[in-house]
Ligand binder design. Sequence first.
Ligand SMILES: [Zn+2]
Length: 220
Amino acid sequence: MTARTVEGRLIKAYVLGSGPRSLLVMGGVHGNETSSVALIRHFEQWVSHYRLPPSDCLLIVVPDANPDGHARGTRTNADSVDLNRNFPTRDWGTLPRRKGDYPGPRPASEPETRFVLMLIARFHPSLIVSVHAPYRQLNIDGPAMRVARKMHRFNHDPITRRIGYPTPGSLGTYAGKERHVPVITLELASRGMHPAWKTDGAALLAAMNGVCGHSRQDSG
Ligand SMILES: [Zn+2]
């Protein structure tokens, strides 16, 4: 599935497998956090190559959620909007804000945000993992502790419920806090360095197996 950015670039979502449980994984929401795009691209290639996910699991993979920002090397999209402040939450647009996190003229004003909203509405993911950098942690919103612990075994990142500053209009608030969809914001250690596949990649695979394995337990 695809959509167009503000500048007309293609945003791609790879939809793999099928089943009652589903996992939405994305990178590059902030265009200057290129390590997250590299990790999710690698993840998508790994999953495709090894014919994962398991048969009862649907995987939606968005390696680069903000291609305009990626091309420009900016946190924001081409409208200078911080996409992770643009989700239509109850606290959208509330202060205090930090420099560079303009939430947009209105909630979900940006096509990149609306694409993620469409994926959530269409696939009802059992878990969302959004990869950022550089605060090295597993930040959770909603009922995500069980899977966060599985990921922690592989990357040893601290599991946190607060990232340390307010994030009105974030994906975590929209899906995790307001809709009780488990959201894990995986913060890599570096924005630019190529991520460590053996630790953070393994953590992503653990998240996938946590969602899919849970399905087998539920149905069995
Ligand atoms: Zn970020």
